[in-house]
Ligand binder design. Structure first.
Ligand SMILES: Cc1cc2nc3c(=O)[nH]c(=O)nc-3n(C[C@H](O)[C@H](O)[C@H](O)COP(=O)(O)OP(=O)(O)OC[C@H]3O[C@@H](n4cnc5c(N)ncnc54)[C@H](O)[C@@H]3O)c2cc1C
Length: 387
């Protein structure tokens, strides 16, 4: 920091409602850590904004001083774009407020909220919008990148449920983007990820969900994996949109419903959620129990919020992560062979490969309607993400 910059930092701090953290501050070390411990960046300033005007001040400060600006929502981005070296980070972790209008089925939520914050606010009214499967993920980054989870086959991508956003632009202007106001910005926000301004709050459409849903896990031995995957391919192509089933291949965690001798052994698990009346879902999931000889299962009615947090213990912050993903419109036997071959070579018990079948409502918007590219899928196939 030169003296001039130090003076300007004092100016930034004036009237700042949140906290301006510098490398010499006690909170700086923890504030620069994000979910993926592989990311080790050292910003010059972390501005923990508490209000929209804090964000405007910080954007203006970074622009006027020619500093790189990064934005931290929930800090889950694997590549670590929430942090930068030597620049300014807008940290939104103090901005998590949510307000639900149950009559209009709308929620407005601030840019630092997590999925847990969103689900807690909306489930108080038996409502939800489709988001991801790990409750500590940020609403902001997930939405700006597209966003999908257990409700997406029924209700679409997260961006398909975005009604409007309040955005601080690079010029420091506060604008509302929706279908009629700044429609080009609204298009870009829906899947274009960061770099189109700082979103201070999101407004989503909501749908009746839960509060209890039929959900859980059915686990098979890896020796049955190819047959399970082949049957999964046929099953999911015909499954109703209310039913989401993903497959996960990994070493078995020490789950209480699995025999102790299975813990640490390679398995294939079917993870499912039925987004409708649980009684109607029961017969629909029955075939999943007959793909082979299950090693164990934990399926039943449970609060939607509990299922949204079920994978949190496996997805804890602080581990060194490398991820990659692919989109498939068809699942071929050769792909199954390759995946199964690699399961034997996984370097740690935390590693996994999973297939998240999307399809359904996610394929209905035209690819041009948002910046998120929903690649065209033929009606008899499903889009499947493998991570
Ligand atoms: C354990 C785990 C599970 C996941 N599960 C799913 C899943 O089920 N479904 C799914 O769709 N995705 C999932 N993801 C991916 C996740 O959606 C992305 O990593 C997303 O970017 C995380 O958002 P964030 O706000 O936490 O991240 P951040 O790292 O804070 O931000 C991500 C990007 O968005 C930008 N950004 C953040 N907030 C704002 C804002 N307010 N305004 C403008 N730009 C902003 C950042 O600058 C950065 O470029 C998962 C990720 C992890 C680590």
């Amino acid at each position: 920091m030169t003296n001039i910059q130090a003076a300007k930092i004092e100016e930034l701090k004036e009237q700042f409602k949140g906290e301006v953290l510098l490398p010499s501050d006690d909170l700086y070390e923890s504030a620069r850590k994000i979910w993926n411990a592989m990311i080790d960046k050292h910003p010059a300033i972390i501005a923990r904004c508490a209000t929209t005007s804090d964000i405007v001040r910080t954007v203006n400060f970074a622009r006027d001083n020619g500093l790189l600006l990064a934005v931290r929502g929930g800090g889950h981005h694997i590549a670590g774009n929430a942090m930068c070296d030597d620049g300014v980070v807008i940290d939104l972790s103090k901005m998590k407020a949510a307000s639900v209008d149950p009559g209009a089925r709308r929620v407005t939520i601030e840019g630092g909220a997590t999925l847990a914050d969103l689900d807690a606010a909306t489930q108080a009214y038996g409502l939800a919008t489709p988001v991801g499967i790990n409750s500590t993920t940020g609403v902001a980054g997930l939405t700006l990148g597209g966003g999908f989870g257990w409700l997406s086959r029924k209700y679409g991508m997260t961006v398909d449920n975005l009604e409007s956003a309040e955005v601080v632009t690079a010029t420091g202007e506060v604008v509302r983007a929706n279908a009629s106001e700044h429609p080009d910005l609204f298009w870009a926000l829906r899947g274009g990820s960061g770099n189109f301004g700082v979103v201070t709050r999101f407004e989503f459409r909501l749908h009746p969900v839960g509060p209890n849903v039929l959900s859980g896990l059915i686990v098979y031995s890896i020796s049955e994996a190819k047959s399970v995957l082949q049957q999964y391919r046929e099953f999911i192509a015909k499954a109703p949109e209310e039913l989401s089933v993903w497959t996960v291949l990994r070493q078995a965690p020490p789950l209480p419903f699995l025999p102790a001798e299975v813990h640490g052994k390679p398995i294939i698990a079917l993870a499912l959620l039925y987004a409708g009346d649980p009684k109607q879902g029961e017969p629909l999931i029955e075939p999943l129990r007959k793909f082979g000889t299950p090693l164990g299962e934990h399926v039943g009615e449970q609060p939607y919020t509990a299922w949204q947090q079920a994978f949190d213990p496996l997805l804890t912050p602080g581990a060194r992560n490398y991820w990659k993903s692919h989109n498939f419109s068809t699942l071929k036997d050769g792909l199954f062979d390759t995946v199964i071959d690699y399961i034997d070579k996984l370097p740690s018990p935390q590693c996994e490969i999973f297939f998240g079948a999307l399809g359904g409502a996610t394929t209905r918007p035209t690819p041009e309607s948002t910046a998120y590219l929903t690649f065209p899928v033929k009606s008899e196939t499903q889009s499947v993400k493998a991570l």
